[in-house]
Ligand binder design. Structure first.
Ligand SMILES: [Zn+2]
Length: 409
């Protein structure tokens, strides 16, 4: 018997239409109605695919990475620099903007895009994850999440309806529904409950989604690492024919290999003509592994957060800039990188800035790490287009292990 009492968990993965073939099914806002988001698959290599995501007049080639602008800013880097690196879609956090400066304030200032002077597209998360993890006093019920601000203790309530409303006030191009994300390991019973509540909350989110021609709502698949739950939930949400789908509840304590496998399994049961977004993942290794499994969109604080701690991603492995070996190194951080930082500054200078806590170190490091991610995604797309994903993966792994420092830690 199906754990979620819908469909069969043993069904074959969804059939992929040929590249360029129009998506089947009408979908929200299809036909002559304006649609806030369009997605077409351009090429495939195994389960991996490249595509074109059109949102807010932007043409975003996928697989793509979204920098995280938690409080309406990618820390230390101005929007113009993001544009120069080729980014056209960023993520902002509903929770942080809700507690300060607040949605009504942002509305008065003309919405999130105008407030932060960003012409590109914005995806906002639901805020639920931070309401739990940052607020010491939070309570979850069928109604939603009640919490106190981690800044001033003020009371807030996030229901599925309020979460959609707040993101519509921000003017977000892609909005995420409130969901229940459990840390792993979790019991199967708890995971089933989380999946079922996520589904009930999604139905309320869809009902509260008023401006369907302006904001694209994604569904979020949960289910931990239980394969049958993932498949059943993906199929259940696919029936809603939403503009896109996210794989949530990963990178929360499970092993990396497990996470890649679950992301791939979930992706294979989502509608092939809709974008698939893997939430909050991850390292360069994760991006390559999961793009290979058919994921189209990624976001993670990792490249921006580690940049601020002086950990820099390069083609040949991560560099810890404060290490004494870089003290008198006149060479660039990554000789294969053409970013503004690597073109102009030496390792010795970057280390000097970092040790002196100069804010310029944050900016230069972040520019490099985000450039590295942008270049990596471009290389992944090229490998998929050329049908050489496996060869690319082997070379990527070999290159990344060359300087000895690999995973975060
Ligand atoms: Zn660079």
């Amino acid at each position: 018997m199906d754990p979620l009492t819908i469909g069969s968990a043993q069904e074959e993965p969804a059939q992929e239409p040929a590249p360029g073939e129009p998506p089947h099914g009408p979908g929200p806002g299809a036909g002559s109605e304006p649609r806030p988001l369009r997605f077409t698959v351009a090429s495939r290599c195994g389960p991996a695919r490249t595509g074109l995501l059109q949102v807010r007049g932007q043409q975003i080639r996928t697989p793509a990475f979204m920098p995280v602008g938690t409080r309406a800013a990618v820390k230390g880097v101005e929007p113009e620099a993001l544009e120069r690196m080729g980014y056209r879609l960023i993520l902002a956090n509903t929770y942080h903007l809700l507690v300060r400066p607040g949605p009504e304030f942002i509305r008065q200032l003309g919405g999130l895009h105008r407030f932060m002077s960003w012409d590109g597209a914005i995806l906002t998360d639901s805020g639920g994850f931070q309401a739990f993890s940052l607020s010491g006093l939070s309570r979850i019920s069928e109604e939603g999440v009640e919490f106190r601000s981690h800044l001033d203790g003020s009371r807030h309530r996030l229901t599925p309806e309020r979460t959609v409303e707040v993101q519509e006030i921000y003017g977000s191009d892609v909005i995420m529904p409130l969901d229940v994300c459990l840390g792993l390991p979790a019991s199967r019973e708890a995971l089933i409950e989380a999946v079922q509540r996520t589904t009930r909350w999604l139905a309320r989110s869809v009902a509260a989604w008023r401006e369907q021609d302006r904001h694209a709502l994604f569904g979020i698949v949960q289910g931990g690492t239980e394969e049958d739950l993932r498949i059943a939930h993906a199929q259940q949400l696919a029936e809603l024919d939403l503009p896109g789908y996210a794989v949530g509840g990963l990178s929360v304590g499970e092993k990396n290999e497990e996470m890649h496998a679950v992301a791939g399994l979930t992706a294979s049961h989502l509608p092939p003509h809709r974008p698939r977004y893997l939430m909050g993942v991850g390292t360069p290794e994760d991006l390559v592994a999961c793009a290979r499994q058919g994921i189209d969109l990624f976001d993670c604080v990792l490249p921006t957060r580690t940049a601020r701690t002086g950990r820099l991603c390069t083609r040949f492995g991560d560099v810890i800039i404060k290490n004494a070996r870089h003290a008198a190194d006149p060479g660039p951080l990554d000789p294969s990188c053409s970013c503004e930082t690597c073109r102009r500054y030496s390792r010795a200078y970057l280390r000097h800035l970092f040790l002196n806590r100069d804010p310029l170190a944050v900016r230069l490091h972040t520019v490099h790490n985000l450039s590295y991610y942008a270049t990596l995604m471009e290389e992944i797309r090229r490998a998929i287009e050329q049908g050489e994903v496996e060869r690319f993966l082997a070379r990527f792994r070999e290159d990344r292990s060359r300087w000895g420092v690999r995973k975060k830690g």
